[in-house]
Design a protein around this ligand. Structure first.
Ligand code: ZN
Length: 222
């Protein structure tokens, strides 16, 4: 990829804004008035996996959270706040956790290296490996094992989303949001739905992580 001069970013932005208002002078006024996206996307920070572009959607269509390795750690106030806001205030209908093959975060978690501050973050992915060690260790081809860990990480992060009270409460009362797991293949540009059975995963999660009281009322835990 060629380097883009810093000043050019503003020229690009002005050109982009002009293209938006060319046939639609009210475009930005409308955009500024509100947001009501149906989708919350949780993906990797990787520069090659831009949420809106791979979904083919416009500004205003998707609420986005990205971090290294598309992880939803249970003590991460950032991810938790995004989910809380997306579900309780924006009323998103779908939450998507999207991983991608060739993920540097997942690759780093497969290696025996001290990565300093990244260690505790990537430990979330190492924990996914440990949970699925039998299946992963049985895959002899390293690149296939790497790809499978990308997929299993997505599934486990979907489970982490489902563990939150706001998602359980909203689904109990409104039948939404549905949680989906996707993987983007950088080499082909293909977006794949892992077709997670949300209802089944919810039941599985709630055997241990049920935060709703038996009367169907919202619990106090968050
Ligand atoms: Zn990545």
């Amino acid at each position: 990829m060629p380097n883009i001069p810093y000043e050019q970013l503003f020229e690009n932005s002005a050109r982009w804004a002009a293209s938006r208002t060319a046939g639609d002078p009210e475009y930005f006024e409308r955009l500024a008035s509100q947001q009501c996206p149906d989708y919350l996307y949780i993906g990797c920070s990787d520069s090659r996996v831009p949420a809106n572009e791979i979904m083919g959607v416009e500004p205003g269509d998707v609420f986005v959270h990205r971090n290294v390795g598309n992880i939803v750690p249970n003590t991460d106030l950032n991810a938790a706040s995004v989910i809380e806001y997306g579900v309780a205030y924006l009323n998103v209908k779908h939450i998507i956790v999207c991983g991608h093959y060739n993920c540097g975060g997942v690759l780093a978690a497969m290696q025996s290296r001290d990565l300093g501050l990244l260690n505790p973050w990537l430990r979330n992915i190492r924990d996914v490996y440990r949970l699925h060690q039998k299946e992963l260790d049985a895959i002899t081809d390293e690149s296939s094992r790497y790809k499978r860990l990308v997929e299993l990480n997505v599934v486990e992060q979907c489970m982490n989303v489902i563990k939150t009270a706001v998602v359980q409460r909203s689904y109990l009362h409104h039948g939404a949001p549905i949680v989906h797991g996707w993987v983007f293949d950088l080499r082909t540009g293909t977006l794949r739905d892992l077709e997670i059975d949300f209802e089944a995963r919810l039941r599985e999660v709630q055997r241990i992580y049920n935060l709703m009281s038996e009367e169907g009322q919202a619990g106090t835990a968050t």
